[in-house]
Ligand binder design. Structure first.
Ligand code: NDP
Ligand code: 8X3
Length: 254
């Protein structure tokens, strides 16, 4: 049965964001799903509305485009739709070059999406949530925001920034009832590595060989758990690795 509350998920067309949409739909939440690939959003809307008898709104835009984000937020506002849960998930890594060999465009995609995109969406949506004085922000950070591996440089910088922004958001919202948590996974098998290796599926597959990585649904379970704690309980950070990964070390069989 619908809770009448809306969950806004950025990056809902794939991976962790898609799994979060499915998990919250199962809990009876209505959804606002966003990403750039509109056809995937439409297919997800159809699937979830049919399966769970909820309302799913979709908006296709690029989180790097502040005008598009503003326009999206004002459409919600003019329909009096205020997200109860905001999942800042849209993000990516591009390449694993050393800094001295880095590609500027890749750096800009990572910083603009993971850091500025998260800020743009938060800047436009938080005022509505503050006015209602309720809700939960889930920032999808990464273990890459806690420890560095070779070639990760700018992706790490972006995810360290997400860690900083999560802490800052907690402080900035201390006089509200809005809770803020960064969920920081290690390796999750999604399209992440295909994007990182620019469509090279063979190389992407190797990232997850010889051990059992996390699944997107594992992260979505955690998101539902964090969001469903009592009002006075604010889990501010969760770090989760596959059992075969400790820190940057992955134990692969064979
Ligand atoms: P996927 O590539 O499967 O999904 C990424 C999602 O982000 C897609 O829905 C994509 O949609 C969206 N997205 C990317 N760029 C933009 C943009 N400019 N504007 C709007 N949406 C965008 O990867 P994951 O599910 O793995 O990644 C989700 C988050 O989880 C990211 O923040 C990532 O850093 C983080 N993470 C991932 C881990 C992993 O091992 N997979 C581990 C730790 C954290 P579209 O292309 O349609 O716009
Ligand atoms: C994505 C996972 O292992 O590249 O944040 O840091 S990893």
């Amino acid at each position: 049965m619908s809770t009448n509350k809306y969950v806004l998920v950025t990056g809902a067309s794939s991976g962790i964001g898609r799994a979060c949409a499915v998990a919250f739909a199962k809990e009876g939440y209505n959804l606002i799903i966003t990403a750039r690939r509109e056809e995937r959003l439409i297919a997800l809307k159809d699937e979830l509305e049919n399966a769970y008898n909820i309302i799913v709104l979709y908006y296709a835009f690029d989180v790097r485009d502040f005008e598009a984000v503003k326009d999206f937020a004002s459409k919600l506002e003019s329909s009096s739709i205020i997200p109860y849960i905001l999942i800042n998930n849209a993000g990516l890594a591009v390449s694993r070059n050393k800094i001295q060999e880095g590609i500027i465009e890749d750096w800009e995609r990572m910083i603009d999406t993971n850091v500025k995109g998260l800020l743009y969406v938060s800047r436009c949506i938080l005022p509505m949530m503050i006015e209602r004085n309720a809700g939960v922000v889930l920032n999808i950070g990464s273990t890459a925001g806690h420890i560095i591996y070779p070639g990760g440089n700018v992706y790490h910088a972006a995810k360290y920034a997400v860690k900083a922004l999560n802490e800052a958001m907690n402080l900035d919202l201390v006089d509200t009832d809005i809770k803020v948590c960064s969920i920081d996974p290690g390796a999750v098998e999604t399209e992440f590595s295909i994007v990182r290796f620019k469509g090279d599926e063979e190389n992407a597959k190797k990232v997850y060989e010889g051990y059992e990585p996390l699944k997107p649904a594992d992260i979505a379970d955690i998101a539902v758990f964090v969001a469903s704690r009592p009002a006075h309980v604010n889990i501010q950070n969760i770090i989760v690795y596959p059992t075969a990964q400790r820190s940057v070390y992955v134990h692969r069989k064979n």
